[in-house]
Design a protein around this ligand. Structure first.
Ligand SMILES: NC(=O)c1ccc[n+]([C@@H]2O[C@H](COP(=O)([O-])OP(=O)(O)OC[C@H]3O[C@@H](n4cnc5c(N)ncnc54)[C@H](OP(=O)(O)O)[C@@H]3O)[C@@H](O)[C@H]2O)c1
Length: 263
């Protein structure tokens, strides 16, 4: 367990995976945690595990419902010291006939949903009783390199990264810090669907512990594990080699296979 000063922390995406583990660890060290997600049953179970956890059900993509969440949040606590914007979704595009609507679905949760949360959190962070409030956004190491099938997920996380890097500039004068966390592969329901090798896969509790420990110093960015960051550097240094390593090799392009079928 990590010793931190007692804070009021809103964690989104707390019904499973990283968010759940972050909520439990931060509550265990005495913080008051407001835990959000859509799955009420899972949030209730979480709250039963620690009296420092208060569930707040919300779909972050539902703009109208988020207005109600704003009022509910203010009733739970008049102020926030930290928000961990962790709720996220991953869908891959399968070529040659991708489900293009997946791009919008992923952007709705990871980008626009997260922006909805910033809108709600900011007035409460401004009332923080600590010296400096803290916005933490969970993006991904996917933004360090192009991966096949990751058009939607990678673009949503790159959009998040720019948004929060820019927000850091605007909030600096208000003494509100912004940290972008870029995890590598972590064993959660999100990655259990993956059918490809995941180098340096980490256990969820270890990943959450690392996040808590490293965001305490409020870095601009925290990427982990370092071994993965080093590997992904290859995509910048030798982009051709990177493409050869990760691009699919077996699929025949659709146009070519149609032409062969016609012959
Ligand atoms: N696992 C990894 O390897 C990895 C790597 C890099 C980055 N990340 C990022 O880490 C974050 C957590 O992911 P995870 O791996 O812990 O996945 P996870 O176990 O699937 O958790 C995702 C969380 O987001 C919530 N969520 C999804 N859509 C939502 C919506 N519309 N409104 C509110 N909450 C919503 C889910 O809860 P409900 O379904 O109950 O709403 C769940 O609590 C994500 O942002 C992910 O992109 C994960």
């Amino acid at each position: 367990m990590i010793a931190t000063a007692r804070k009021v922390i809103w964690i989104t995406g707390a019904s499973s995976g990283l968010g759940r583990s972050l909520a439990l660890q931060l509550a265990a060290s005495g913080n008051q945690v407001i835990a959000s997600a859509r799955n009420q049953a899972e949030l209730n179970k979480l709250a039963e595990l620690d009296a420092n956890i208060t569930p707040l059900v919300c779909d972050i993509t539902d703009d109208k419902a988020m207005d109600v969440v704003r009022d509910q949040m203010a009733q739970i606590s008049p102020q926030l010291d930290q928000v961990i914007l962790n709720a996220g979704n991953c869908e891959y595009l399968d070529f040659p006939e991708p489900d293009w609507a997946a791009v919008r679905r992923v952007m709705e949760v990871n980008f626009f949903g997260t922006v909805n949360c910033v809108k709600i959190a900011l007035p409460l962070l401004r009332k923080s009783s600590s010296d400096r409030a803290h916005v933490v956004a969970v993006a991904s190491q996917v933004t360090a390199a192009p991966f096949p099938r990751a058009e939607a997920y990678g673009a949503s996380k790159a959009a998040m990264r720019y948004f929060f890097d820019s927000l850091r500039m605007d909030l600096a004068a208000e003494d509100i810090d912004v940290t972008v966390v870029n995890p590598g592969f972590v064993d959660t329901p999100l990655t259990r669907k993956n059918d490809f090798p995941m180098p340096f896969l980490m256990q969820v509790d270890e990943a959450a512990t690392r996040i808590i420990k490293n965001i305490a110093a409020r870095p601009r960015t925290y990427s982990f594990p370092l071994r993965l960051s080093a590997l992904l550097l290859l995509s910048k240094l030798m982009p051709g080699l990177w493409q050869k390593m990760v691009a699919p090799k077996t699929d025949v392009p659709a146009k070519q296979s149609e032409e062969s079928a016609g012959k």
